[in-house]
Design a protein around this ligand. Sequence first.
Ligand code: SAH
Ligand code: ZN
Ligand code: ZN
Ligand code: ZN
Ligand code: ZN
Length: 464
Amino acid sequence: EGGGNMAAGGAAQLEGWCGPEGPGAGGLALLSAVPGAPSCPHGPALLFVKTNQGEEEGRRFYACSACRDRKDCNFFQWEDEKVSETRLAAREEYNRNHQPSFTHRHNVERYKNFVLLPLSKRRFCQECQQLLLPAEWEKHLDHQFLCGISTAQLKSPSQLLYPLENKKTNAQFLFADRSCQFLLDLIIDLGFRRVLSVGTPRLHEMIQSKTSQEENSRVRSLLLDIDFRYSQFYTEDEFCHYNMFNHYFFGGEAARETCRKFLCQDSGQKVVMVTDPPFGGLVEALASSFKKLMAMWKETEKEGRNNEEMPMFWIFPYFFESRILEFFPSFTMMDYQVDYDNHALYKHGKTGRRQSPVRIFTNLPPSMIVLPVEEGYRFCPICQRYVSSGNQHCEICDSCTSKDGRRWKHCVLCKKCVKPSWFHCNSCNCCALPNHTCEKTDAGCFVCGKAGHKRSACPSLSHT
Ligand code: SAH
Ligand code: ZN
Ligand code: ZN
Ligand code: ZN
Ligand code: ZN
């Protein structure tokens, strides 16, 4: 109860970061969202298929869209399973009971009362991750709590709340200040005035506090996130409890309408969506939700904008490039490396910086995205975009080909640039790491039948 409940949520998520080889072997594939899917506390479930090695076709089942860890949500139902009326009723009750103990409205009221308290009476329970009003102190006496919560602390909830990073199902990796500032400057320089922050609480928070300081550079942000703890700090116009894997607004029609209005204000001009989803795959589910948000924006019929898309920044690891482009062909991957505070491996340090694999994908013209020259990015006049310092323009490919920031080399046999550590293997007939085991590709992919990849990497399916 309390903390666990408030913090409920998460996402189909890998532990830590994964490469394209990542989860692979799992043999679990996502089928497209289906109307009439049964619901768990996290909204409509997604339809998956389990593909066992050697088996012709796996059995399909519904599972929670948001939680990969069964401990967080154990919803499961075979697609062809008959569910009795009694079980349906029990499930509905279960879903109702597994909503947060306070509504958003209630939390807004609590906040109003909280800020009226003198500093000495402002407590935050670290165990329940909850602002406490004096009448509630007693219930939390044996919990760890913080005292004297300042206005500044209330304005940076992402610092006050602990990041939900250890949970398998939630991956809260917060932007390093440098990257967050870069994003906000970029947004302002591009002339945007409204930001739909989808899973970017720290960016939202930076916009909120900047806005209250500088009236003339007013940028507004609406945060959509599954982490309900944030409803303690923001009004219903600033935060919607939202699941980005099934486009589900927990607050119902009113919340959806808040989002729609936000997008469509000023005929939908000057609005940009920024999202930094958990990296555990399910690109297909994310893409489907983002397309629905884009469609919401498009509803504002404005002349001469028929083919335009809502501007978007999708922050995701570079090895998902082909998957993202599959769903959003208009997107380009930027070279900018996004850094995080609480991810030791990819944290930016003054010395010995580890490269972050996380990039910005956008449907804005790449030439508009100015990357900081101080950090070594330079403009390639041929490609008409900013690239990493190590990213050399290849004459043969006629583009700056590096994906990871290192200098790549051209292989004439593969007719493309490859990672510096790779060499051309004659038995595989492609470039690979020197110590790779040559692959016998006589058998095609189990899913699509094509050669060159295994089932676990089949581009026609999403993988968890
Ligand atoms: N770098 C961002 C945070 C990204 S971490 C920042 O600093 O602002 C991923 C975010 O997505 C977290 O805030 C997490 O709560 C949210 N999230 C995880 N699963 C989600 C889901 N199913 N729907 C909506 N948001 C989700
Ligand atoms: Zn669930
Ligand atoms: Zn170039
Ligand atoms: Zn090349
Ligand atoms: Zn080669």
